[in-house]
Design a binder for this molecule. Sequence first.
Ligand code: 9PG
Length: 687
Amino acid sequence: MRILSYEIKYGANEKKLRYTTPLDLTAKETYQTLDGGLVIGTRAAEIPGGIRLTVRLRTDDPLPLSMFSVAVEQEFSHDDRVFLNGYQSWSLSREAGAYERAPGLNPLFTPFIRMFRLKYYGDYFFAKYGGGRGQFHSYTYTYIRSPGGSISLAGSLTERAGYTVFRYDTPHSRLFIEKDCEGMTLEGDTLLLDIVLLDGTLPEVSERYFSMIKPRRDLPPVQTGWTSWYYHYEKIDEKIILDNLRAFAERKVPIDIFQIDDGYQKAVGDWLGTNEKFPRGMKPVADEIRKAGYRPGLWLAPFIAEEKSDIVRNRPEWIKTDRYGERIVAGHNPFNWSGNFYALDLCNPDVREYLRAVFDTVLNKWGFGIVKLDFLYAAALSPSCGRSRGQLMTESMEFIRECAGESWVLGCGMPLGPGFGYTDFCRIGSDVALSWQGEHYKILGIQTKLTLEHFRFRERVSIYNSLMSTIGRHMLNGREFMNDPDVFILRTPYQWLTPDEKKTLYLLNQIFGGLVFTSDNIGEYDPEQFAFYMKQFPFRPKEITSCEMDGGLLRTEFRIEKLEYAAFANMGDTPRTAGLDGHYAEGANLLESPQFTLAPHETRVFLRIPRGEYAVIGSDLHIFPGSETESVQAAPRGVTVRRAPSNRTSGVILLRAPNGKKSLRVNGKEYAVEATKFGGAVRVIVG
Ligand code: 9PG
């Protein structure tokens, strides 16, 4: 990547001004005074593995800034891949071929798109969608992956002055690093741009880049749990919640969080009152959850209010308006809500005071220990108060943290960059649907094959869409927040997934997620489903060492402490073959250089058989064989294998026996040593 020049557009003395200036990085610092007294300073510094470029602006009189862009020269080969980070949590984020097309919403469906205000869920109403080959953009960070696997990353260290948009034009060998500064008024000193360009492997550049971003938060440990949304949706009541809670408590399932989603509140916006389905209010429910040993969680959408809410009816001045005085619509949901929902005006001190009271009530009076904050993008739909969208979003996230104190926040529907350092957990993909591609639409009463994929709606509810971002954004997990990949589904009723699809969603969420929930009523599971569900415990952090997509086939390698795994997922609709070199275990089956065919939407996980005496070389107690075991201790009187306390499954652990042993005493029982493909082993029966 070679930085060429910058371009700036602003207003001064009633004129629109525009400058383009070459950027000479051999000069460490440059200063230039432009018309209207605007001073622009650039600074380039070498950092380990790359460079850091900062751009500062200074003006005594307020000046409107309308555009800032840095042009970078970069040659793209046809085999290069480019990571495109979507606008907000739900927006598809994936690697694209350097010469692919990624056009905006499909104009064929304009009436529907208008009716449901789909534009406002994404960036379609303000971003540039060229639609030509190699014309696409990425928010806050991006990288180019060359065929050998080397990575060139470009990332912003702060979105405080506005979203940083990496806009590609690959046929013209260009990458433009732009600030979305619409609506921004400059005054005093502004750190406009602070970016790094880094080269290395994906784990290397991720580690360097994300560790430089400020503010930083100490992140919580990985979490498992339950949420009410993806089974009952808004049709929850106290009984449904407590029935589900009982199913976990009776079986002593060691989840961490039990979260109530949308459906308890009086209306979206009216958070201080519950509806008739929660006649005792929320405190008694939170208390029961705590009594069962779980952390109670509650869903809120603090920046919006729906049509029928008291806020919309009685506090019209709390709703943000555009320059024509029209209320700003954040979306339209006639299904579970009352139609339009509107953005609150966070510049209004009364709105802030109300939200402080809401957080105080939910966290301190009702006693919830984590809040899922949804539709956060609504804080920054339109520039206002002299601030760009990214500025508004960053300040809103700062406000959220102020309201929540040290309580855990799970961000959702959130532009990610501005939330870095403010949330503990964050949704990093779309909602899952109850089928692989989401709903097929009926048009004029006729069932079609059309899904929102045909609309090119990147925020669409779909398992495929969700998983693509779970894979694409995995590097954020444990660095900026703990990734929430959305729920997995193992149940039988009310879903339309094949067994392979259920397993893929389960395994990929467990590999790449830092907070993994389900909405299943585990009391409805048959014994086989329950056993499979229990094989997630203990849920341990993963270190992803490689992750590559090859035309719909995912191949990833990761570590759980010292154990090494490889997983393959066929995200495509036709069978794919794959293979591994070396010694692997799939469950308790030992395999030499396995070669296999993956059915559409199928995933398989393999443990690389570790070396050493008394190593666990296979196990069917856990979806990641071997990670159920905490320690193996060998003493003259026998071997002790200790499982993690949360692992309660039954099955076998394959333990390597040292050379020359005929039998081995393990956990007080004598086992014959069997000859396996890879030497002597004992088959320890557990449970
Ligand atoms: C509650 C839900 C759940 C869910 C959230 C969010 O693009 N869309 O139209 C769209 C609408 C709703 C939505 C996601 C996308 O769901 O992600 O987990 O909390 O709200 O209403």
